[in-house]
Design a protein around this ligand. Structure first.
Ligand SMILES: O=C(O)CCC(=O)C(=O)O
Length: 257
């Protein structure tokens, strides 16, 4: 398909594209092949205004969830600390065995005025996670602020979603580690390219038995499939999603600063 559009698949670097149409994105890249889109983030308010001073001045006392590492990645410790502490640690760490990584799924959700600085993205407008009941809908904007050398485990995301990363400054290397500091926002995408993989994860997790789906399910369109599937999710699963959100919010609020 890449060749059909006149591109060659490069294993050495991720292709950069601009003026990418939604149909081309869906056909070529979405849930299939990595791509860097260069003409969306520079138009965001977050791109223009989010820097260390901005966060320290307006949000320095707020708690954030971060991972600190001294030694190996698998010895990392998850901690809740004020954002100002994180920035102090960020400035202190330059050693590959000692770094910090802010990974907070709720910070932007808890600060809607800040979330509004994240602009629109025509490639994500049709995110089918919006069809999920709120109790089990993934939060859609995880703030990621990685110090030098910070990294994530190789992992598969919950629901098998496609993570779309908006890098606001710095540099981010996939399947490697950060050479520089990097601030980004990660959004969880469910589109007609991956919606069946997402629903399959819910079945595999034991939250809905395949037998509950009517025979005409396979002949339905993606949006109708997701709506029907969501209408069959048991009440206990929704309750457990709501309880998890409350628990995470409480954990963050309970930390004595
Ligand atoms: O960028 C990372 O370090 C991990 C992001 C991630 O797992 C996600 O966006 O779901």
């Amino acid at each position: 398909m890449l060749r059909h559009y006149g591109y060659s698949e490069s294993m050495g670097s991720v292709e950069k594209r601009s003026l990418l149409s939604l149909s081309e994105f869906r056909e070529l890249y979405d849930a299939k092949w990595p791509v860097i889109v260069t003409d969306i983030i520079p138009f965001w308010e977050a791109y223009r205004t989010w820097n260390k001073e901005f966060f320290l001045t307006h949000y320095g006392s707020q708690n954030v969830l971060m991972r600190t590492v001294k030694g190996r990645l698998n010895e990392s410790v998850a901690q809740v600390k004020p954002l100002s502490d994180f920035v102090r640690l960020l400035d202190q760490t330059t050693d590959p065995t000692s770094w910090v990584y802010l990974e907070d799924e709720l910070f932007l959700i808890q600060n809607p005025r800040l979330r509004a600085f994240v602009g629109s993205n025509y490639l994500l407008d049709e995110n089918m996670f919006s069809l999920f009941p709120p109790e089990i809908r993934p939060w859609d904007s995880m703030l990621l602020w990685g110090g030098q050398h910070s990294r994530s485990f190789l992992h598969m995301d919950p629901y098998n979603w496609t993570a779309v990363n908006a890098v606001l400054w710095g540099a981010k290397h996939w399947k490697a580690y950060n050479i520089n500091e990097c601030l980004s926002v990660s959004m969880q995408l469910m589109s007609p390219s991956n919606h069946l993989a997402v629903l399959e994860e819910i079945v595999k997790g034991g939250n809905l038995h395949r037998d509950k789906l009517p025979p005409l399910f396979d002949s339905m369109g993606p949006v109708e499939q997701v709506k029907l599937f969501m209408s069959l999710i048991p009440k206990e699963t929704l309750q457990s999603g709501e309880d998890t959100t409350k628990k995470v919010l409480k954990q963050k609020a309970d930390v004595i600063v």
